[in-house]
Ligand binder design. Structure first.
Ligand code: COA
Length: 368
């Protein structure tokens, strides 16, 4: 079985900075309260010139550059977002329209856990006869849905995008284990009503029906502390590794107290935990790929390092994965890349088996 190594990484954030001092002028809060309760000092906010598409495209182009690829080399684009620029067409197609190429393109909705979900979904596509190179983007512009009179939510969120390129290798690189979970019954602790196909019969039936982010902070906090630790531990165990093997934890950047709790569960010292929420706040699906980008660019990730990704958020959903960093076994020149795209004889599905599958499928569809 082939693996999907991370060979390219990119990120983008808007230029506009919203500091805690700015928020002090907008709602009844203080830099001291925000810093001590969350760890956030400032965040980036989209302006009129930005969009989910523009941030995604900037991050994607950078990821292609790092990987030494062009858009034409990409076979599949998966965009994790809960704030697409529009619902029809997919955000992934809007990104592809700017990047070029003819890759398959679709969106994945798992809110702040979306990027890890998308890597988990995209990685198995990197297989002979399926796809050789997959682009995964985590992007959100949640500040478009934040009520800036609600001090319990407006202090938390920022906007951004992060992207990675996954490429085929026979070496143990990329995602070694995956943990995905959700508690749909808890959806009302963090959600945005409206902008969907559902329309309440009358406004009285649904008084909170406003297209703003609604959140029960304390419930989400409790949920996050529990699942971040549990999912991170499970990701390590599923990869048959121990806590001592973990070189870096890249957690969803929502709250420093939640990150500290996850790090404690893995017994990791502070220098093995990547934190940037002081500068960006919670960028939802973008938070993990942005942190991954920064850690890689800072030279903190070496070939063969074991990196735990762990996220939680709206759903309520959570996701974790153990990633083996590095590009061992990945083709780096054009000739090799071309031949890797050809399915080796030994891995082709024999004609007989293919038609068996087809007849089974036909039977199932016919209700057999
Ligand atoms: N500035 C000042 N005071 C604030 C405030 C703000 N921005 N927001 C809330 N408060 C007040 C509350 O009104 C409350 O006042 P009271 O005691 O007089 O009623 C007090 O601070 C404590 O509120 P509480 O909600 O208990 O604070 P907290 O310690 O739970 O921190 C969060 C609030 C939102 C920071 C925290 O619950 C959290 O981070 N939750 C997780 C949210 C999250 O990560 N969401 C995204 C998931 S992807």
């Amino acid at each position: 079985m082939r693996n999907a190594a991370i060979t390219g990484w990119g990120m983008a954030v808007p230029d506009r900075v919203l500091t805690n001092a700015d928020l002090e002028r907008m709602v009844e809060t203080s830099d001291e309260w925000i810093t001590s309760r969350t760890g956030i000092k400032e965040r980036r906010i989209v302006g009129a010139e930005d969009s989910t598409t523009s941030l995604s495209v900037t991050a994607a182009r950078q990821a292609l550059d790092t990987a030494g690829l062009t858009a034409e080399d990409i076979d599949l684009i998966v965009v994790a977002t809960c704030t697409p620029d529009q619902f029809l067409v997919s955000q992934a197609c809007l990104v592809q329209a700017e990047l070029g190429g003819t890759a398959g393109a679709f969106d994945l909705g798992a809110a702040c856990s979306g990027f890890v979900y998308a890597v988990a979904v995209g990685s198995p596509f990197v297989q002979p006869g399926r796809h050789d190179r997959v682009m995964v983007i985590g992007v959100d512009t949640l500040t478009r849905f934040v009520d800036y009179t609600d001090r319990s939510t407006c202090i938390l969120f920022g906007d951004g995008a992060g992207a990675v390129v996954l490429e085929a290798t026979d070496e143990p690189r990329g995602l070694l284990s995956t943990v995905l979970g959700a508690d749909g019954a808890g959806y009302k602790h963090l959600y945005i009503p409206g902008w969907g196909a559902f329309v309440p019969e009358s406004a009285e039936l649904f008084p909170e029906y406003r297209p703003y982010l609604h959140m029960n902070g304390q419930e989400v906090f409790r949920f996050a502390v529990r699942v971040m630790g549990d999912a991170a531990v499970e990701a390590v165990e599923k990869a048959n590794l121990t806590f001592d093997d973990v070189d870096m934890l890249i957690p969803h950047q929502a709250n420093m107290r939640i990150i500290d709790a996850a790090a404690r569960r893995l017994a990791l010292p502070r220098e093995k935990v990547w934190v940037n929420l002081d500068r960006y706040g919670n960028t939802s699906a973008a938070s993990i790929p942005i942190a991954l980008f920064e850690a890689a660019e800072a030279g903190k990730l070496a070939e063969g390092d074991n990196v735990v990704l762990v996220a939680f958020g709206g759903g309520l959903a959570w996701a974790a994965g153990m990633v083996r960093w590095g590009t061992a076994g990945v083709c780096h020149d054009a000739e090799c890349r071309k031949s890797a795209a050809v399915v080796p004889e030994s891995e082709r599905v024999p004609a007989g088996r293919a038609s068996d599958t087809e007849s089974r499928t036909t039977k199932t569809l016919a209700g057999g």
